[in-house]
Design a protein around this ligand. Structure first.
Ligand SMILES: [Zn+2]
Length: 146
């Protein structure tokens, strides 16, 4: 999940780092859920198209954990469009979503099942469990060809 750059002002930067540490990041909740279910994974798998946040190539799956704001989760309260510079944000979110779709297609072509877990879903244990159950029940897939 792309994160905004930290500000350069040291005081502001320290404040933002504290804020970030206060709550568990969605990726960490997904990682914990995978471990609980005995699903082995690698994180930030650069060898696969789109560097998925989690993947198990032997089992044939990949996971993207998408921030609701940056990836513009439609119908989600976190998927807002800032009123300031609205055209800029509309373009930016459209570009992010196009890039997400391209990554997913590339992984599917490589034979992987792709699960997108939104930030708000990672924070909801029931929704997270539903996503992870799909992986736990899946059959193993052959190693994807280049
Ligand atoms: Zn959301």
């Amino acid at each position: 999940m792309p994160r905004p750059l930290l500000p350069t002002d040291p005081a502001r930067r320290a404040l933002m780092q504290r804020v970030r540490q206060r709550r568990t990041r969605p990726e960490d909740l997904v990682a914990a859920g995978l471990r609980e279910r005995g699903l082995h994974y690698r994180r930030n798998v650069k060898a696969l198209p789109g560097s998925p946040d989690f993947a198990n190539r032997r089992r044939g799956w990949a996971i993207f954990v998408n921030g609701c704001f940056w990836h513009h989760h439609k119908g989600c309260k976190r998927g807002t469009i800032p009123q300031r510079n609205r055209p800029f944000w509309v373009d930016k979110f459209a570009a992010n979503r196009r890039r997400d779709a391209t990554k997913i297609r590339a992984l599917r072509r490589a034979g992987l099942r792709v699960v997108v877990i939104w930030e708000c879903e990672a924070l909801d244990p029931r929704r997270l469990a539903q996503h992870l159950a799909v992986l736990a029940n899946g059959r193993s897939a052959p190693w994807p060809k280049g």
